[in-house]
Write a protein that binds this ligand. Structure first.
Ligand SMILES: Cc1ncc(COP(=O)(O)O)c(C=O)c1O
Length: 402
């Protein structure tokens, strides 16, 4: 059979499997090395007791006739109402909140809403699924780009010069704008004025923002918005995705949500929310009921305390990494309100820096170039790790680079 032309268009391997391959190769060549990963954004700490009890109870109920449940389509009504109350001041109805198996899966499915011809803009650098998912759906068909850079995708550079917030005039008309805050990989968090400018730009171009708030629970500065819906006008032009992965440690449990406001309409006047219901019920059969029981526990007051404690732990790691890098005179941002530190190695190829850090410190990082062209010369350090490993990695960096 002929290969799907969209697959042909995927130029580079997915970033994290490529890093995993290089790690395996290094480990095979150096069997005694104790490799520490500050690379992939995978959580490492045990789920805290109250939230875990919610998961256990969810599993227990399935073994009873009264507590058994099967398919739950867009998710438990109670969970949707609780998400509306806890995160959005009750401003959304349950029909506008869709429970999912995670933000990444939602981003992939959202691409089905708009189809192949949709113009796409991304922050550069950005979380790879925005670009790769767009390519899979055909948004880059016939692209002549190389090394994972596509000429039909608009890259909005986020650089030291613009303090990691992009210039918005190049947002395409009637297109999608992927925007992530707190940002993966730069750790930058957009302030209220910046998000207001983004919403204004999207409305003026009749475009839709896909706002990825997967790290919102890492925001500690009360002046910074945790949701795009804190900005007036966003309900008309923004879809938000979020997740329990990085807040409650559900990376392997799988639970997230998306919001498609009722007032969001296509140019034909038809409802985007209605189409999202249609897509979710066609290619998705709902999140695990055990995960949803855990999600309910995560949203009560005890669960919220545990989320603050877990995110606080990773933010503590982030501070240690940032301090270590700054003590070496390396310019870096992020880590205050996000679990990522974005460190600059001016004039260097980021895969080369990745290899140097791996060889000299046995520490895995993520090369900035893997997140887009503007990521060249940067390395992303992830704060997800056990405290002792983070301390050891910082010590190795200090000894090697001072
Ligand atoms: C920006 C961003 N969005 C979404 C995800 C994926 O979240 P989930 O585990 O809910 O699929 C990640 C995971 O690293 C991420 O960095």
């Amino acid at each position: 059979m002929r290969r799907n032309s969209c697959m042909v268009n995927i130029r580079a391997g997915y970033l994290f499997p490529e890093i995993a391959k290089r790690r395996r190769e290094y480990a095979a060549a150096h069997p005694d090395a104790k490799i520490i990963s500050l690379g992939i954004g995978n959580t490492t700490e045990a789920i805290l007791p109250h939230i875990n009890a919610g998961l256990v109870e969810g599993a227990r109920r399935l073994g009873t006739q009264e507590g058994y449940s099967g398919y739950q389509d867009e998710g438990l009504q109670e969970l949707r109402e609780k998400i509306a109350a806890v995160f959005y001041g009750g401003k959304f109805s349950a029909q506008e909140i869709f429970i999912s198996d995670g933000a990444k899966c939602d981003i992939g499915r959202l691409q089905l809403l708009f189809g192949a011809g949709t113009p796409v803009a991304v922050q550069d650098p950005s979380y790879p699924v925005y670009v790769d998912g767009s390519v899979l759906i055909g948004a880059a068909d016939g692209a002549s780009g190389s090394a994972g850079i596509y000429d039909r995708i608009v890259y909005l550079p986020c650089t030291v010069e613009n303090v990691f917030f992009p210039e918005l005039s190049r947002i395409p008309s009637k297109g999608l704008v992927y925007f992530c805050s707190p940002n993966n990989p730069t750790g930058a968090v957009a302030n209220r004025e910046q998000l207001a400018a983004l919403v204004k730009a999207a409305i003026s171009k009749s475009s839709i923002i896909i706002f990825d708030a997967a790290y919102s629970e890492y925001i500690r500065d009360p002046a910074l918005p945790k949701s795009i819906y804190e900005i007036e006008g966003a309900r008309e032009c923004a879809i938000e995705v979020n997740s329990f992965s990085k807040s409650a440690g559900f990376t392997g449990v799988r639970l997230g949500w998306s919001i498609v406001p009722a007032e969001m309409k296509y140019e034909s006047g038809e409802s985007v929310n209605a189409d999202w219901h249609r897509i979710c019920s066609t290619v998705f059969n709902g999140a695990s009921n055990i995960a949803q029981a855990g999600g309910l526990a995560a949203l009560d007051s005890e669960g919220q305390k545990e989320i603050r404690s877990l995110t606080g732990f990773y933010l503590g790691n982030a501070q240690l990494i940032r301090n270590a890098l700054q003590s070496l005179g390396i310019f870096c941002v992020g880590g205050d309100n996000s679990p990522y530190i974005w460190a600059q190695f001016p004039g260097r190829d980021s895969w080369e820096v990745f290899s140097e850090i791996l060889e000299k410190c046995q520490v895995i990082t993520t090369p900035g170039a893997g997140f887009g062209p503007a990521g060249g010369g940067f390395i992303r350090f992830s704060a997800f790790g056990h405290r002792a490993d983070i301390e050891e990695a910082c010590q190795r960096l200090r000894i090697t680079f001072q």
